[in-house]
Design a protein around this ligand. Structure first.
Ligand code: ADP
Ligand code: MG
Length: 768
């Protein structure tokens, strides 16, 4: 027993060892299984990763495909750009064509041509590049397809590997099951031994029990492992399925890729074709245009050839012009200098001439004045004209209205008056018959009027009995104006003709002397008596303070002035005709001149005087006012006669102050002044005594002649108005005795004959 016990124990130990070994094997197996499962898991993991990778790859491929789309887009835009460039090329070509119509100016076409060629080559290069890019893309697609095949291969490999692994694992599992079965079969023997051993050792029993539980646990473990394996198998199955799905997907993707590739290729082909076509088109167009340009160029060349000689001459001309231009400032300066010198010389000459001319002009002026004075001296400063008015209705009918005045056909200075049966002849400076017009009268007067412009003072008196035509001669009618208006008109025209050198101002005043009182006819208060005063400047000139002076510039102005004067005169009296016949009416025209070239100033005064009626009033036994008027008129007319007499006989003292009229006209009567006495007479038989008186007055004025005569005249005194009356009575009996020794004499014997004839005629007229 001991030996068997020892043997059993030995066996037990052996079994224990075996168990341990088995346990170890089991743990190893378990570890192995675990590691295997871990490995499998990791493999599954890697597969998953690979799958993911593939998915990623697929998505990448897809995105690449998308990229290809982008590239396609890019190519489309490229194409568009090319098209744009083509269009630009076309535009340029058009421009070129347009330019061809314009003659070529230089060889820019060549340059443009080369530029076009460059552009063409650039386009071709770009097309080449695009083609290369296309090839690259093709290559890439190929590579990707290869990679896809590789991946598939790898997937197949991994699937085969997995199958192998599965195979191996199932073999192992079978081995393990066999081992487990063998191990299971072994415990039957051991049970027996154990049963036998149990008896011997509780410990052994316990150990056995433990081993049994251990075994149980191991079996459970194996079951679990199996479960795990099954699960893994399932997993494998699902992963296989997934792989198949993936493969299908890959296939699909491949097909899609293929299709996209084909499409892309087609599109690329189309694009290529289009590009080629466009390039060809552009090229052909460029060629055509080039040809045109060439032709144009040839034309331009021929043009150039023809232009060259012209250019040569132009260049020559230009060079010569350049030389001229270069020399021009110098030449100009020289010319300017010489011109300046010439001009200054000319100016100097002109100045000299001007100075000389001015000197001559001044001398001429002086000479003219001297000549004029001499002429006047020869003619006499005082001239006497006679004017016979026509017979009017107022003269009535019958013998009273008969004509008593006749004329000498050969001498216009002589007139004959038939008075009390005797014909008396009178010689004046000029006699105007009744038919003489205002115009004719004025023609004889105008020289006097114009001398006023030269600075002379002029007096024109109308003397005569009332109704003899004084006012008619001086004022005239509206239709037939007299000396006053004509004189002013003449002054205006004369002044106008001299306006180039002279500035003239013409002003007028109008005054009236009635009963030795001076009144302003243009003033605001015509009734106011004006005084004649000496100028305070010591010039000895007289002036009338308050006498209105109007500046006149036209005939209209004069008419206004005259009208104004008439109105003033008319408002002052009840009977204008009567009043005017008893007062002296004066129109004073002042002409002030300035010679702009010499600065010479002149002032001339033209006094136009319509004297009061010279008829003898006193004899008819007038009284009161009428007498006073008559006395004043007599006095002033005598004073005028005295002054004229004194002046003509060159007496030292001239009694200007004896009347207002002579005092006012002092400076217009003395010195170089000129006086015209217009003696108005009526031809009517009834007026012959007054006519006789007037003509005597006229002749006496005129008789105070130049030279020895005037000196002789100094011896006799000037007759007063009363004396004139007295001599009138003695007329015919002793002619020339009472009167001054003038030419107013009874006509000689031939005259007596003619006077008798006249008397017979008069008688015939009266009777018939
Ligand atoms: P006075 O002024 O000397 O008193 P007027 O000039 O008033 O005289 O003349 C008196 C009349 O005679 C007026 O009707 C006038 O028209 C007329 N008369 C005077 N002279 C002429 C003449 N030369 N021609 C025509 N009529 C005249
Ligand atoms: Mg009158």
């Amino acid at each position: 027993v001991m030996a068997s016990m020892a043997h059993l124990q030995e066996e037990k130990l052996q079994l224990q060892e075996e168990l341990l070994e088995l346990q170890e094997k089991l743990t190893a197996q378990e570890n192995n299984e675990l590691s295997r499962s871990l490995q499998l898991q990791s493999q599954v993991e890697t597969l998953k990763v690979k799958l993911l990778e593939q998915a990623q790859e697929i998505s990448r491929l897809r995105s690449e495909l998308g990229g290809m789309d982008v590239e396609k887009d890019l190519l489309a835009t490229e194409n568009e750009r090319l098209r744009q460039e083509m269009k630009a090329c076309k535009g340029e070509l058009r421009e070129l064509r347009r330019k061809q119509q314009v003659p070529c100016q230089d060889c820019a076409h060549l340059q443009e041509n080369t530029e076009l060629q460059e552009q063409l080559s650039q386009l071709q290069q770009e097309a080449e590049e695009t083609r290369a890019k296309l090839a690259e893309l093709d290559l890439e697609v190929q590579q990707k397809t290869n990679r896809l095949a590789e991946v598939e291969l790898r997937l197949k490999d991994s699937l085969a590997e997995r199958a192998e692994e599965e195979e191996r694992l199932s073999r192992r599992l079978r081995d393990s099951q066999e081992t487990i079965a063998s191990l299971r079969s072994q415990p039957q023997q051991i049970k027996y031994i154990i049963k036998t051993v149990e008896v011997e050792s509780a410990k052994a029993k316990q150990a056995l029990c433990e081993s049994q539980s251990r075994n149980q646990y191991l079996q459970e473990q194996v079951g679990m492992q199996r479960q795990v394996l099954k699960e893994m198998e399932q997993q494998l199955q699902s992963s296989k399925k997934t792989a198949a799905q993936l493969r299908a997907q890959i296939m699909m993707y491949e097909a899609e890729l293929e299709r996209a590739h084909g499409q892309m290729l087609e599109e690329m082909q189309a694009m290529e074709e289009e590009k080629n076509r466009a390039i060809e088109e552009a090229f052909s167009r460029a060629q055509v245009e080039m040809k045109a340009v060439h032709e144009n160029l040839a034309g331009v060349r021929t043009n150039l050839l023809t232009l060259q000689p012209a250019l040569r001459t132009l260049t020559h001309d230009y060079n010569s012009l350049k030389c001229q231009v270069r020399d021009f400032p110098l030449l100009l300066q020289e010319t300017l200098q010489s011109a300046r010198a010439e001009i200054s010389q000319a100016i100097e000459e002109v100045n000299n001439t001007n100075r000389e001319l001015l000197r001559k002009y001044r001398r001429e002026l002086q000479l003219r004045k001297k000549c004029h004075n001499e002429l006047v001296r020869l003619k006499g400063n005082i001239r006497v004209f006679g004017r016979v008015r026509p017979i009017t209705k107022e003269d009535g009918e019958g013998p009273e209205a008969a004509n008593a005045v006749t004329f000498d056909n050969d001498n216009d200075a002589v007139l004959y008056l038939l008075h009390k049966g005797k014909q008396v002849s009178f010689e004046l400076d000029k006699v105007f018959p009744p038919k003489a017009s205002q115009e004719e009268v004025f023609q004889e007067v105008q020289a006097l009027v114009t001398s006023c412009i030269d600075g002379y003072n002029v007096c024109i008196f109308a003397y005569g009995q009332t109704g003899a035509g004084k006012t008619y001669t001086m004022e005239g009618t509206a239709a037939n104006p007299g000396i006053n208006q004509r004189a002013l008109q003449l002054l205006f025209s004369e002044v106008g003709s001299k306006a180039a050198d002279w500035d003239y101002a013409i002003s007028v005043s109008a005054a009236e002397i009635y009963n030795e009182a001076l009144r302003d006819l243009l003033g605001k208060e015509p009734q106011e008596k004006l005084e004649i005063k000496l100028c305070p400047d010591g010039s000895g000139q007289l002036y009338v303070p308050g006498l209105t002076e109007f500046r006149v510039q036209s005939v209209e102005d004069i008419n206004k002035v005259f009208e104004f004067g008439h109105i003033n005169r008319a408002t002052e009296c009840t009977n204008l005709n009567e009043h005017s016949s008893r007062s002296h009416a004066l129109l004073i025209v002042t002409v002030r001149g300035l010679d702009r070239s010499t600065g010479l100033r002149t002032t001339g005064k033209l006094n136009l005087v319509d004297l009061a009626g010279s008829e003898r009033v006193g004899r008819s036994g007038a009284e009161g006012n009428r007498l006073r008027e008559a006395q004043h008129i007599n006095k002033s007319l005598s004073a005028l006669g005295d002054v004229i007499y004194a002046l003509r006989s060159r007496q030292g003292h001239v009694p200007f102050r004896n009347s207002k009229l002579t005092y006012l006209l002092q400076d217009s009567l003395s010195g170089d002044s000129k006086t015209l006495m217009m003696v108005q007479v009526s031809p009517a038989e009834k007026n012959t005594s007054e006519t006789l008186c007037s003509l005597k007055f006229a002749e006496r004025v005129r008789s105070v002649e130049l030279g020895p005569v005037s000196r002789k005249a100094e011896l006799v005194s000037w007759p007063s108005q009363e004396q004139l009356e007295v001599t009138e009575g003695s007329m015919g009996d002793s002619p020339g005795t009472a009167a001054p020794p003038g030419r107013g004499h009874v006509s000689p014997s031939p005259g007596q004959l003619s006077s008798r004839v006249a008397s017979i005629r008069r008688k015939l007229q009266a009777s018939g």
